[in-house]
Write a protein that binds this ligand. Structure first.
Ligand code: CP
Length: 322
């Protein structure tokens, strides 16, 4: 059995493919290379003849659509396995589903799953497919982090994707966030310093083991930052649902990117959010849209735009690794 990080020959094309499972454990050279490729990649037909399948067992607007556009921009065919109507609902395993797609000539599958580890499982059992993790449980969302790194590199003119000297605050529901986990690994790997902030119930001190600072005070977190990355509370991951926090009004006051905080930060600081946003909770609408006079710049739409070119680079890296 192969490990997910090895490249393998595709059964359908006889060409080498490789996977993208997570940021942690991946070489910083490969990751920086993907971001640099994303910054300059142009549409073309380099993936003509390839087929990319999107297989999402969890909802998505940005990731799924940007992967489809990315594949089509490079000339690949795309198929979407609508998992609500797939044979997984008749008892077929996810491994059988992936093997079935491979037998049809699919070259790459882009997988999102509620359970951590599903993309790795598929990569081990169906090695002829390039498997790309589009988010698995609380574990990893590597392409979101790669796109965020590109957005930061562009905003601070770091063509070499060296983020040394930049201070980044990640604010919100960090314990449950695969985006935070992947961004922490990538941004610190690229040289940035990171502080995590949120209520004690959502931001645990053990995050320090990932090489970041932890605080439960927004004033402390925002002191001297260049970038503030706001995260949504993932209510769907808590048995108590919206009861995961005691008061939404209090949460906004203590940890939200309010218009007042945006103004205090000023236009030299950028605000990011991977989406989906809960406007009026973790971020005020005007702060999200960059419409606070004299306030922090919003890069939220740029993150989405960069999602397409980043996923083009990832598909090329996985399907044409040489
Ligand atoms: N950021 C992100 O993963 O968004 P979607 O859930 O819409 O894909």
């Amino acid at each position: 059995m192969t490990t997910p990080r090895e490249s393998r020959l595709s059964a359908s094309t006889g060409r080498r493919v490789r996977h993208l499972m997570a940021i942690s454990g991946e070489s910083i050279e490969r990751l920086r290379g993907i971001v640099r490729l994303a910054s300059r990649i142009e549409p073309g037909d380099v993936l003509s003849g390839k087929t990319v399948a999107t297989v999402f067992f969890e909802d998505s607007t940005r990731t799924k659509t940007t992967f489809v556009l990315a594949a089509q921009n490079l000339g690949a065919r795309t198929v979407d396995l609508s998992t609500g109507a797939s044979s997984v609902n008749k008892g077929e395993t996810m491994i059988d589903t992936a093997a079935t797609l491979a037998a049809m000539g699919v070259d790459a599958i882009v997988v999102r799953a509620r359970q951590a580890g599903v993309p790795g499982l598929l990569a081990r059992h169906v090695p002829s497919l390039a498997v790309i993790n589009a988010g698995d449980g609380r574990h990893a969302h590597p392409t979101q982090a790669l796109g965020d790194a590109l957005t930061i590199a562009q905003a601070f003119d770091r063509d070499d994707v060296d983020l040394s000297g930049l201070r980044i605050a990640i604010v919100g529901d960090i314990n449950a966030s695969r985006v935070a986990r992947s961004n922490i690994a990538l941004l610190t790997g690229l040289g940035a310093s990171v502080v995590c902030c949120g209520p004690t119930t959502l931001v645990s001190p053990s995050l320090r083991s990932l090489g970041v600072d932890v605080t439960h005070s927004m004033d402390e977190a925002l002191d001297g930052v260049n970038i503030v990355m706001m995260l949504r509370i993932q209510f769907e991951r808590y048995a108590s649902g919206r009861g995961a926090i005691s008061s939404e009004r209090e949460y906004r006051e203590m940890f939200g990117m309010t218009e007042e905080r945006s103004r205090q930060l000023g236009p030299g600081v950028v605000v990011m959010h991977p989406g989906p946003t809960n406007r009026g909770l973790e971020i005020d609408p005007a702060a999200a849209d960059g419409l606070v006079p004299g306030g922090a710049r919003s890069l939220i739409r740029t993150q989405v735009t960069n999602g397409v070119r980043t996923r083009m680079a990832v598909l090329l890296d996985c399907l044409n690794p040489n």
